[in-house]
Design a protein around this ligand. Sequence first.
Ligand code: NAD
Length: 250
Amino acid sequence: MSDLAEVRGWLQDAGSVAVLTGAGISTDSGIPDFRGPQGIWTKDPAAQRMSTLSAYVTDPQLRVRSWQNRRAHSAWTAQPNAGHEALVGLERSGKLTALLTQNIDGLHQKAGSSPDKVLELHGTLWEAECLSCRARRPMAQVLDRVDAGEQDPPCEICGGILKSATISFGQALDPVVLQRAFEAAASCELFLAIGSSLTVQPAAGTCGVAVEAGARLVIVNAEPTPYDERADALLQAPIAEVLPALLPNV
Ligand code: NAD
């Protein structure tokens, strides 16, 4: 029996499934990942500084470049692909307890996944947050100001520094979202990790939590990950092909 057929059987038997997705599920929607062969950081390691909070706060020129990058981000026009859609099907089956994602692109919700199932561990690009007063507003409002000529638009309430409501290096994850994610990992029968290098903690740690609680771990990723040895199955193939084959009508 192929791995794929075996994993399909496990999914059919499982009463509850939790999923963790990473940037790899969105590459077929035209959004590059960070660490894959075509990844933003693979091609330009210096770009990692853009995602580091201390650099963002202290370097106004880096903020100007960050706003230009946000303006040009592929997320604004990207459409969900067959991988995202297969996970909507999994939710319809009633087995999906939570969809943990490291992605900030909003494509799961765009595909039709329920917002209350999606746990955005690293925040969202669709909102901007003030680093001082924490007020949030839609990203589109701030990008309109960038278009109108403000290179580094400050918070209109307190004058603080604005940033996308995403988690940079040096920034803490939302403790409520993180707790829900760990609870989902600890209480599912099968944990599916999709399109992540599983190198960013604490998100990747949900795989270990699931295994320690007795769940089966299935990893779908083109490249090896640090959790491969603990997985019950590894599907190293394109996500947009594997997920529709794995989750037709589970
Ligand atoms: P990563 O870049 O570290 O790893 C992505 C993995 O997906 C790689 O191992 C790559 O080989 C694999 N992959 C890429 N395309 C694939 C495909 N079509 N089929 C199978 N495998 C494929 O991504 P990560 O682990 O999610 O960590 C990156 C961090 O950067 C995340 O925490 C996230 O916050 C952020 N990020 C988000 C987006 C997004 O929202 N789409 C994009 C880039 C980075």
